[in-house]
Ligand binder design. Structure first.
Ligand code: DC
Length: 222
């Protein structure tokens, strides 16, 4: 079974996807981390994201795999913390906007997911990567709420530099990039369940998603 979750930055999709994976024994695939691994490699190997053909060549020089904790294995080395650096944050949207990179990443995700029960989250999982997923969820929340959530996730020293307003501006910029990409843009799939989580706790969101999922599983067995 494939569960696909999309939504903008800070909507809570990683937390919910991970909870489903832990509770139901599904494999959790954070697709953003694969784009982040490509961005990380481009920095490490001094390949400019502006040069699409060198970026594809870069991807083809390495072997990508994935660990259940969200780490991306590149030639057998696990990357996780490195994927969250501010340098990676600064270029990952641009890297993920390159159509050929998206094609390669989609192949990697489908290969990792092959014949498994999977919950995967990102921006185009419900629309492009797994258009036939048995369950599609679109999670949303207001920019203010998403900025507050991100602010409270940040470590103390970062809070000294970034206000909620700064984070909100950054989220608005990322939303625009995510929604206006020529390929793989963030969209609400016609057959997705839409959930606005602005006024919900994580536990309440999980309960709603879990109920929908159980109903789908029961329906699938009929
Ligand atoms: O979810 P995230 O913020 O870690 O994602 C990192 C970047 O990758 C972000 O700019 C959106 C992009 N992304 C994408 O274009 N498609 C996906 N399926 C997942 C992430």
């Amino acid at each position: 079974m494939k569960v696909a979750i999309d939504g903008p930055a800070g909507c809570g999709k990683s937390t919910i996807a991970r909870m489903i994976a832990d509770n139901l024994g599904f494999l959790y695939i954070n697709s953003g981390n694969i784009y982040r691994a490509v961005a990380y490699l481009s920095l490490r190997e001094h390949v400019s994201w502006r040069d699409a053909s060198s970026m594809i060549a870069l991807m083809q020089r390495h072997r990508f795999d994935y660990l259940p904790d969200g780490s991306v294995l590149v030639d057998g080395d696990a990357l996780l913390r490195e994927l969250r650096s501010s340098e990676v944050d600064a270029i990952v949207s641009q890297v993920s906007a390159i159509p050929e990179i998206r094609r390669e990443v989609n192949l990697i995700i489908r290969q990792i997911a092959d014949a498994k029960n999977v919950v995967s989250e990102g921006r185009d999982i419900t629309t492009v990567v797994f258009p036939d997923a048995e369950l599609k969820i679109y999670l949303d929340a207001s920019t203010q709420v998403r900025a507050e959530r991100r602010y409270h996730e940040k470590v103390t020293e970062l809070k000294d530099h970034l206000s909620i307003e700064d984070i909100k501006n950054n989220i608005e910029m990322r939303d625009k990039l995510d929604k206006e990409k020529p390929v793989g843009a963030l969209k609400i799939a016609q057959d997705a369940e839409y959930l606005d989580t602005s006024d919900l706790t994580i536990a309440q969101v999980y309960e709603k998603v879990y109920k929908i999922l159980m109903a789908r599983i029961a329906h699938g067995r009929k």
